[in-house]
Write a protein that binds this ligand. Structure first.
Ligand SMILES: Cc1cc2nc3c(=O)[nH]c(=O)nc-3n(C[C@H](O)[C@H](O)[C@H](O)COP(=O)(O)O)c2cc1C
Length: 337
């Protein structure tokens, strides 16, 4: 059975790719993922804030040293070696992943300003990254900022990186664009090799006792995969870049649906964090079993079969579906059907 798929210009052995998560921080866990069948791995992100904070503390530290800040001698400030750079650690992790694994390793940058990203991108390329994922985790909360300004932010970051590195760039996108499809098309023109749909925004919660914000991080559910499924189905056949489905893939059924919609790969995170690295094999076996039952010999035979290009009524992916669903709702007091 041929499970291979093309992703970011690479031929990979199947469509299951663990997305950015702490799992890749551990070389052992990354190896377990490869053993379970992962076809590539996306590293945890190098965060812009971490790099900025690090260089700021370095400046403060050197400044204190220069002026002979008294408390520095008493161990108030950390020793110079404690500032072993976050970037250096990341590069080291990348090199070790490359040495250990046979599958492609995709590095990940997470930030919102061009800043030092070009330098970082170059370093990641030189350290052997097979591709680079750019996660612009940007919450557009400024009432004076227009949608097109937000789009420009993504495009500027991509364009400047594209000019300086040769490896494929994958853009991890928010679902909050007025026109997701048009944005993908603009990114393709600007040199992206793929998109990951979608970034999951973590919503802060309010603690009603303390009346303060509290962080909330819940694992996703399969229902969330339907968001990416719709947009991938609408994009399939209309763009030449890779389509990665991110968010809510917990079972082989979820993965199959996304491939039927037209995804080149499906990303896994919460499912592996909650059920362990070996769970990837169960999802992979489930996909292979379903292919056998359906008589498919390769992923290419069924990928995109239920995309907007392939179904008789593509409007079902758009407004028609909404109207039908609301119409089919039957109401009896106190019961949601
Ligand atoms: C604990 C945790 C850490 C994550 N770290 C990153 C990260 O460093 N960079 C990134 O782009 N996404 C990160 N993500 C997001 C995931 O890669 C993924 O896009 C998201 O969880 C949705 O997929 P899922 O439903 O399979 O969990 C993280 C998610 C979790 C739960």
């Amino acid at each position: 059975m041929d499970l291979t798929t093309k992703y970011l210009g690479m031929e990979i052995k199947n469509p299951l790719v663990p997305s950015a998560s702490p799992l890749s921080r551990s070389i052992d866990m990354a190896r377990e993922l490869e053993d379970a069948g992962a076809s590539a791995i996306i590293m945890w992100s190098l965060f812009e804030e971490a790099i900025t904070a690090e260089s700021e503390s370095m400046v403060r530290f050197l400044h204190h040293q220069e002026i002979g800040f008294a408390e520095a001698d008493d161990g108030f400030l950390p020793a110079y070696e404690d500032f072993a750079g976050g970037m250096e650690r990341y590069l080291d992790n990348l090199r070790r992943l490359k040495e250990t694994l046979d599958i492609p390793v995709i590095a990940s940058l997470n930030g919102v300003t061009p800043g030092g990203w070009i330098e970082h991108g170059k370093e990641l390329e030189q350290a052997g990254a097979d591709a680079l994922e750019l996660n612009v985790y940007y919450v557009a909360g400024d009432i004076n900022q227009s949608g097109s300004e937000v789009e420009e932010r993504y495009l500027t970051l991509l364009t400047s990186l594209r000019q300086h590195i040769k490896i494929p760039i994958n853009m991890k996108l928010s679902p909050s664009f007025s026109s997701v499809s048009h944005m993908v098309s603009r990114l393709e023109t600007a040199g992206a090799s793929g998109v990951a749909l979608f970034n999951r925004f973590y919503q802060p919660d309010i603690n009603i006792e303390s009346m303060r914000l509290q962080p909330s991080l819940h694992p996703s559910t399969s229902a969330e995969a339907l968001l990416a499924m719709r947009w991938i189905a609408l994009l399939y056949g209309r763009t030449n870049i890779s389509l990665g489905a991110t968010g809510g893939v917990h079972t082989s059924e979820d993965a199959i649906k996304l491939l039927l919609a037209g995804a080149d790969v499906v990303h896994l995170c919460s499912a592996l964090l909650t059920r362990g690295t070996g769970y990837l094999k169960q999802i992979l076996d489930g996909v292979a079993d379903w292919m056998e039952e359906q008589g498919f010999e390769s992923v290419n035979e069924f990928r995109g079969r239920v995309s907007a290009l392939s179904i008789p009524n593509p409007a079902e992916f758009e407004r028609a579906n909404y109207v039908n669903v609301l119409d089919s709702y039957s109401f009896s007091p106190g019961v949601m059907v």
